[in-house]
Structure formats: structure tokens, C-alpha cells
Design a protein around this ligand. Sequence first.
Ligand code: FMN
Length: 203
Amino acid sequence: MFYEPRKQDPKADLGLRHNPWKALVQPRPIGWISSISAEGKVNLAPYSYYNAVCEDPPMIMFSSSSRSKDTSRNILETREFVVNVVTDKLLHPMVETSRDVPHGVDEFELAGLSKKASRIVKPPGVAESPIHLECRLYKSIDIPSTDPESDYIVVIGEVVGIDIADEIISGGIVDFTSVGRLGYKDYSITANKQSVVLKPRDI
Ligand SMILES: Cc1cc2nc3c(=O)[nH]c(=O)nc-3n(C[C@H](O)[C@H](O)[C@H](O)COP(=O)(O)O)c2cc1C
């Protein structure tokens, strides 16, 4: 099979059940991003178009399919955010926080999660997550879409504070179980260099 994304629709033209794009670049790490609006409303949502960009200083990026999603909206307003690492135990609460709820709804409360005050930035982290990357907005880039519903924005943030739970540091090495996004509704778990595929409940 070969297709040109600008010219062919994988479902309508090629008979695939879903657009396969997100299944072709995987597993993707998940940036579980907490942010705060100018009025002080806290927000939490997962983004799997996410990765580390460079090291010195450390920077990360994520992209949102719309500037009007709460996360990008808040970050453009207040220029700060926290990336929380998603471990296996946090898979379901993480998915809960992806629900499309009105601006101002606190997804921490929705998913039964606790807040941990950050040291440098205003948004709190997810207390149940063992790693918090406190970030300041470095740059945002608009990306044009062929979909009139989307106005992509890429957010690049400098990691100005790194909080690692002492329990996951052993012999000077950081070790934890992380969740990655596969295609469709599947997730991978990476622990001690072994990966397995999880089929989480349908939500
Ligand atoms: C695992 C996972 C990864 C996601 N990754 C992205 C992403 O990279 N970009 C995006 O725009 N939406 C992504 N979403 C959807 C958003 O989380 C969802 O639209 C959410 O409601 C946005 O919340 P917000 O408006 O509070 O920022 C993802 C959802 C899940 C479950």
C-alpha cells in the first residue's frame, strides 16, 4: 500500500478501518501536562505528540491539534507548565483527564488525583507521578492544517526544574515504568527494557 496523505483518505479511498498515521510513529511518550489559566484555574491533559528536544538546557515539545485546547491556551497566557510522567498505575487516570470538558474544569478532581506544589512554576504537578518537569514556554509555532477543524500549535518549553521521587532512584540510577502510546487505543509499558502491550478498557 502506498498513499499520499494530501490526496487520499485512508478510510474512504483505501478501505482501512482508521487513519493509520498515529500507529506508524510509535510508541510515543506521553506528556501529561498540568497548566494554569490567567484566572488561576488548574488543568491537566495528556499529549502524545510529545518528546524531549535537546539537553543543555533541557527542552521538551508537544503539539496540540487546536490552539483553543485548555493546555495550549493556558500556556500561551501564563507561559508555564509541568510535564508529569505517566507510570503503569496512572494509565487509567491519565486517560480520564483526556475527556473533553469545559474550560475551567479541574481534571485533577475529575480523575481523583492530588496536586503537588511545584518549586519554580505556578502549575502544580500530579502528586501520584514520580517525575515532574517544571517548564517555561520558550517558543510556540503554528502549523497549518488541511483540516478546517484544526489549528495546530507546537509548544517548546525549557525544563527549569526537575523533581524525581527518591523511591525511583537506586544506585544512582533512575528507574521507573513508563507508558507509551501505540496506535489506536493501545499502550505500551516499558520496564527494565521489556515492553508489553496493554489493552485498556474501552472508554
Ligand atoms: C494518550 C493520549 C494522547 C493524546 N495526545 C494528544 C496530542 O498529542 N495532541 C492533541 O491535540 N491531543 C491529544 N490528546 C487528546 C487531548 O488529551 C484531549 O483533546 C484533551 O481533552 C485536551 O485537554 P485540554 O483542553 O484540557 O488541554 C491525547 C489523548 C490521549 C488519551
